[in-house]
Design a protein around this ligand. Structure first.
Ligand SMILES: [Zn+2]
Length: 111
């Protein structure tokens, strides 16, 4: 593991925990919506269906993020971590810090 990557490991683990909790919260909320629908009228049912669709979309995003973070954590041990998949240059450290799942350097992301 490269020198500064201990920090990155902590950042990834922290975000993993946050993402995991977010998934659990959304899943619980989605289940409550299911129960509610038997009790409420048609109008508010429409609302909760829309709510539920939004929750499902949010859930998908969080699960995707969870996968990316888990992958980043695995890659952390490899030589390729922090190296741009397009140009092979090191990705700016600040950039990795703000998003450990990033795979391209700033220049390649732009292009
Ligand atoms: Zn690049």
């Amino acid at each position: 593991m490269k020198k500064n990557f201990k920090d990155i490991e902590l950042i990834i683990k922290n975000e993993l925990r946050i993402t995991f909790n977010a998934i659990k919260t959304i899943e619980t909320k989605t289940k409550i919506v299911d129960l509610d629908q038997q009790l409420i009228g048609r109008l508010s049912r429409m609302d909760s269906i829309i709510d539920k669709e939004m929750s499902v979309a949010k859930l998908e995003r969080q699960k995707l993020r969870l996968n990316q973070l888990e992958e980043a954590l695995k890659n952390l041990e490899s030589e390729d971590f922090g190296v741009c998949i397009d140009c092979g240059e090191d990705i700016e450290f600040q950039r990795i810090k703000s998003n450990p799942a990033v795979k391209k350097c700033f220049d390649c992301m732009k292009g």
